[in-house]
Design a protein around this ligand. Structure first.
Ligand code: MG
Ligand code: ZN
Length: 223
């Protein structure tokens, strides 16, 4: 039974090596990249749609969309004004560093400031596969329930920022923000959070400010 563990470790190590190559490539070209993860329906694509047009005047944006079968999300990102590349994972429930490497090869990285990678909707394995992006961002949403940090600790532990989407629904669903935040704090103390609503626009400014700031800061470090 233990025979299988070294194989899995080898695959993950190979992935880490490729992720490091991706990171080098991004840094060489002054691209700041985030890995956007969430369960299906939390609002990753909606967040991209709200983010792209609001930053387009200042930053050159690209989106890499991981999807199991369709190009619907990449189409929405492109419609919002981003350069969009679609990765069909062919059934895989997460992106890995090879897939991102192939997507990066399709982009003119010299013409990109901020790259948003939309991972496959899944709260489990995307957390285990480094892509080479600089920061991981989790999108949670109010209708999913306030118990998600407790049920998916690996995901909540591994991210550098947390968007809490659909706060406009707080009056209508039994979501205890205190209980949710307690779980987050337990797993990832001091995690930066952005409560917002992609539907009403409430809270978006803080998220955009953070993205602007991080992009400029990282670019400054590598130029
Ligand atoms: Mg999506
Ligand atoms: Zn997976």
């Amino acid at each position: 039974m233990n025979q299988r563990i070294p194989v899995v470790e080898k695959i993950l190590n190979a992935n880490d090596r490729l992720a490091a190559e991706n990171r080098r490539l991004l840094d060489e070209h002054g691209v700041f990249a985030i890995n956007l993860m969430a369960s299906p329906g939390a609002g990753k694509t909606s967040l991209i749609e709200q983010t792209v047009p609001r930053l387009a005047a200042e930053l050159r944006l690209a989106v890499v969309d991981g999807d199991i079968a369709t190009s619907l999300d990449a189409d929405r990102a492109a419609a919002a004004g981003a350069i969009a590349v679609q990765i069909n994972t062919g059934g895989d429930c997460h992106l890995d560093a090879v897939m991102l490497q192939q997507a990066l090869a399709q982009l003119d990285l010299r013409a990109v400031d901020l790259l948003i990678v939309e991972n496959v909707g899944n709260l489990v394995c995307p957390a285990s596969f480094a892509l080479g992006t600089h920061l991981s961002v989790l999108v949670a949403s109010v209708p999913e329930g306030d118990d998600k940090p407790y049920k998916y600790p690996g995901m909540y532990r591994g991210v550098e920022a947390l968007v809490i989407n659909k706060i406009d629904l707080l009056p209508y669903v039994p979501f205890r923000m205190d209980y949710f935040r307690q779980g987050v704090e337990l797993l990832n103390p001091g995690l930066r959070t952005f409560p917002l609503s992609c539907r009403t626009g409430e809270g978006l400014e803080a998220w955009l400010d953070w993205l602007r700031g991080e992009t400029r800061r990282r670019q400054g470090e590598h130029r």
